[in-house]
Design a protein around this ligand. Structure first.
Ligand SMILES: Nc1nc2c(c(=O)[nH]1)N[C@H]1C(S)=C(S)[C@@H](COP(=O)(O)O)O[C@H]1N2
Ligand SMILES: [Mo]
Length: 344
């Protein structure tokens, strides 16, 4: 499943039996595992076998990592303008339905494969066309900036969405701190490259065919927009690894793949940097990737989206996709002179 899935998004190839993502809910997969356990008679056996062995059986199906990653409560302000205006996606969904191909391409892979991820020590380097290059460790990330809670909608290019209470600081505040030189036009971001910790970086199929490290980029104006967030937490605590610990970008008006996780390098540049999904399939994923219901993906509509965590067990609610994911008032000006059909 995971291996096959690897090629459905990046490359035009889909096997006959593969269900689209909206027919295989995490719940369905979960229920399937229970059925397998039942069918194998393991349920009845359960009563008579020791706990450790039982845990091992569940590990086999990936239901429960042996030792969950520890998160810590954060201190933050709650600015009025970023308080939720719609129902939050439950934390259990936000942390178990993920895209983080470094840990595998199925939605449950990051939760299942990333619990041993080590973020200490961490070094985030900010360099390039800046006055004062800077390196931040895990402690700096939690303490150097005034943290705020911001609830944003996250809209994946695969046409599902969530509403997530992130905790973080604006990318603009970080860029102001290092001082951006006048000739700068773009900002490049890079995820950790550590094949020992990230199985998707060791195995091309498991990693979805992406050439690692995962890289992303923004224009300077996008990076300086107040909405661009360096998130260090969600639901009031430090990020779990599957969501991009210890620090990830969140750009809420763009498709989710722009919101790069577990960032180790931010480089201010004077040209547009390469970006991972654009490199893998340039006709399907552009540099801008603004959420746009008017421009379909070559293989599916972008007019609507599946709201994760809403609408019951087997069918999530389908809602209309909004231009710029609902953030047009804050960002549409950035694209006034850009043909968004051509610069998708
Ligand atoms: N390094 C890295 N960052 C990544 C990805 C990835 O595979 N690797 N997936 C992206 C995609 S496609 C989405 S939709 C979001 C998902 O974020 P979430 O799992 O926290 O919801 O992360 C983005 N950031
Ligand atoms: Mo995504």
């Amino acid at each position: 499943m995971a291996n096959n899935k690897a090629f459905t998004r990046g490359i035009r190839q889909q096997s006959q039996w593969q269900l689209p993502d909206n027919q295989v809910t995490p719940e369905a997969v979960f229920k399937d595992r229970r059925n397998i356990i039942k069918t194998l008679g393991l349920g009845a056996l359960g009563a008579s076998i020791p706990g450790q062995v039982q845990a091992g059986i569940f590990d086999l199906f990936g239901d429960k990592p042996a030792t969950p990653f520890l998160t810590h409560p954060l201190k933050f302000a709650k600015p009025e303008q970023y308080q939720p205006t719609q129902a939050l996606t439950p934390e259990s969904k936000v942390t178990r339905h993920n895209n983080f191909y470094e840990f595998g391409t199925s939605k449950s892979d990051p939760f299942e494969n990333a619990q041993d991820f080590s973020v200490n020590p961490w070094a985030l380097r900010i360099e390039g066309l800046v006055d004062n290059p800077l390196t931040l460790d895990a402690d700096d990330l939690a303490n150097m900036f005034a943290l705020e809670e911001r609830t944003y909608r996250l809209r994946c290019v695969e046409a599902w969405s969530m509403v997530v209470p992130w905790v973080g600081f604006s990318l603009a505040s970080l860029l102001k701190k290092v001082g951006v030189k006048s000739q700068a036009t773009h900002v490049a971001f890079e995820t950790l490259f550590d094949p020992e910790q990230m199985p998707g970086q060791r195995n091309r199929l498991m990693g979805g065919g992406i050439h690692y490290p995962y890289v992303e980029g923004l224009t300077i104006a996008e990076a300086m927009n107040e909405l661009s967030l360096m998130a260090v937490g969600l639901y009031g605590k430090t990020l779990p690894p599957q969501n991009g610990a210890p620090v990830r970008l969140v750009v809420p008006w763009k498709y989710g793949f722009k919101s790069i996780k577990s960032v180790v390098r931010i480089r201010v540049m004077d040209k547009q940097p390469p970006t991972s999904w654009n490199q893998l399939a340039p006709h399907e994923y552009g540099f801008y990737a603004n959420v746009n219901p008017g421009v379909d993906h070559p293989r599916w509509s972008q007019a609507t989206e599946r709201s994760i965590g809403e609408g019951g067990l087997f069918s999530a609610k389908r809602i209309k996709t909004l231009p710029f994911n609902g953030y047009g008032e804050q960002v549409a000006d950035l694209y006034a002179s850009l043909d968004l059909r051509r610069f998708y």
